[in-house]
Ligand binder design. Structure first.
Ligand SMILES: Cc1cc2nc3c(=O)[nH]c(=O)nc-3n(C[C@H](O)[C@H](O)[C@H](O)COP(=O)(O)OP(=O)(O)OC[C@H]3O[C@@H](n4cnc5c(N)ncnc54)[C@H](O)[C@@H]3O)c2cc1C
Length: 404
């Protein structure tokens, strides 16, 4: 990586100082164990019809985890690895119980994709330094040997039942009843801020984004010896991406990093880190335009900037949008306000507020972790409780341990 210092910092646990392991190191990989979401919903639907008023969970309890990223995948694995009481004759079938000795939970992990994506390594996939299976191993392989069920589907909504569990709705029109829900749907790029950002820019947040980026860069290279590439957004993500593109194909791209802040890259980071990153970008011939605020992007790569109050138009062959992230669901705050539904999708959503135990304040059987979660600071949830606000893999990873 062009950012050894930055990578060392971001890949090291902020609490323990322990470097994070890549999934192929930390998880066992062998043969296949996946069930379709349709099978799952058939199995669990019968249980959901057992009664209306539910104050105790089923035995075994049904835990549904939506989102199989750092937070969700590791929650499933932690839960699976816990020491559960052996099933008794009275708890071998799906039934309610008042006993505290719950059998091993029925754990279901739902994700829209079939691969876990180790996002910090996506840049290495772009530069060709890492292989697809290393960066994004199949859930089927990662979950083999566990009792975790996997459903590949997009979550379209969640219906809550007061003081109880609820139902996760999927885009294949099946549903998964649960006693406990862990929401770990992560973030998505925020592209509604500026006209054209969504329709005319590439983003870099998912495996599909990496594929689209490689295709666009290859096409640009085929058309021109030195294509011009703009990366909008001077945060860590924009700086990393600009550096990765600058090193791709033997420095074949003319890369410009457009930073809104007049002081340049990563304005909220410590000065030592900023100096280091600025030095790396200089060595890679990345042009850093500090104080360049993008006001619109057109389909032909024309970027309109406000630069020191003056409007300016520049044309690029490829434009990346790395200026902001937002939660993957909306309006997640409805859970906190006591509504009984959790629609998924849309733009401009606030994060899901949770109390310091990571439970949604109005639904104690709903937990949220990772990028999508924010600990309430207005007193409803008991204050910030000292939780990190940063949206990082380490935070999601550590929260998975805690929530399990
Ligand atoms: C390019 C890049 C580089 C990064 N580098 C670093 C780094 O070096 N260090 C660091 O600490 N952090 C880094 N991060 C941030 C880190 O990856 C995130 O903070 C972390 O992944 C958050 O984990 P999560 O579980 O909340 O969400 P994610 O890991 O994003 O997982 C969310 C999952 O939910 C699924 N999903 C979303 N919506 C739906 C739906 N409707 N239905 C079903 N499934 C859905 C997605 O498919 C995804 O698998 C980076 C992020 C990016 C994008």
């Amino acid at each position: 990586s062009p950012f050894p210092l930055l990578r060392a910092i971001t890949r090291t646990s902020s609490v323990t100082g322990t470097p994070m392991k890549t999934p192929h190191v930390s998880l066992r990989v062998s043969s296949l164990r996946v069930s379709s979401s349709r099978t799952l919903s058939v199995v669990t639907a019968a249980a959901s019809r057992e009664g209306e008023a539910r104050s105790t969970p089923h035995n075994p309890p049904r835990i549904c985890i939506v989102g199989g990223g750092f937070g969700g995948l590791y929650t499933a694995l932690r839960l699976d690895g816990l020491s559960w009481p052996a099933p008794t004759s009275s708890s071998t079938s799906q039934q309610r119980t008042t006993s505290s000795a719950l059998s091993k939970a029925n754990i279901t992990l739902v994700d829209a994709g079939d691969r876990f994506v180790f996002k910090p390594l996506m840049y290495e996939l772009l530069t060709g330094e890492a292989k697809r299976d290393e960066v994004a191993p199949l859930f089927a392989d990662l979950l083999d040997g566990t009792d975790v069920n996997f459903a590949r589907a997009s979550v379209t909504g969640v219906t809550m039942e007061p003081d109880d569990g609820g139902i996760v709705h999927l885009d294949d029109e099946t549903s998964i009843p649960f006693d406990y829900l862990v929401v770990a749907l992560g973030n998505k790029p925020r592209t509604e801020m500026v006209p054209g950002a969504r329709s005319s820019c590439l983003t870099f947040s998912s495996l599909e984004d990496v594929d689209a980026s490689i295709e666009a860069l290859d096409l640009a290279r085929a058309a021109k010896a030195t294509p011009r590439v703009a990366v909008v957004g001077g945060g860590v993500g924009g700086a990393e991406l600009a550096a990765a593109i600058a090193t791709r194909d033997g420095n074949a791209f003319d890369v410009t990093l457009l930073c809104r802040d007049p002081t340049g890259v990563m304005p909220t980071s410590p000065s030592q880190l900023r100096d280091h990153v600025s030095g790396v970008l200089r060595r890679l011939d990345v042009t850093v335009r500090a104080g360049a605020s993008v006001t619109s992007v057109a389909g032909d790569g024309e970027v309109t900037l406000s630069f020191g109050g003056e409007a300016d138009d520049e044309t690029y062959d490829v434009v990346f949008w790395c200026a902001g992230q937002e939660p993957a669901t909306t309006p997640v705050s409805s859970l906190v306000d006591g509504d009984n539904s959790l629609p998924v999708g849309g733009a401009g959503a606030p994060p899901l507020e949770v109390n310091p135990t990571l439970q949604a304040t109005a639904h104690p059987r709903v937990f949220a972790i990772g990028d999508i979660a924010q600990v309430a600071s207005d007193g409803r949830g008991g204050g910030g409780g000292g939780f990190a606000e940063s949206r990082t893999a380490q935070v999601a990873f550590q929260q998975s341990d805690y929530v399990a």
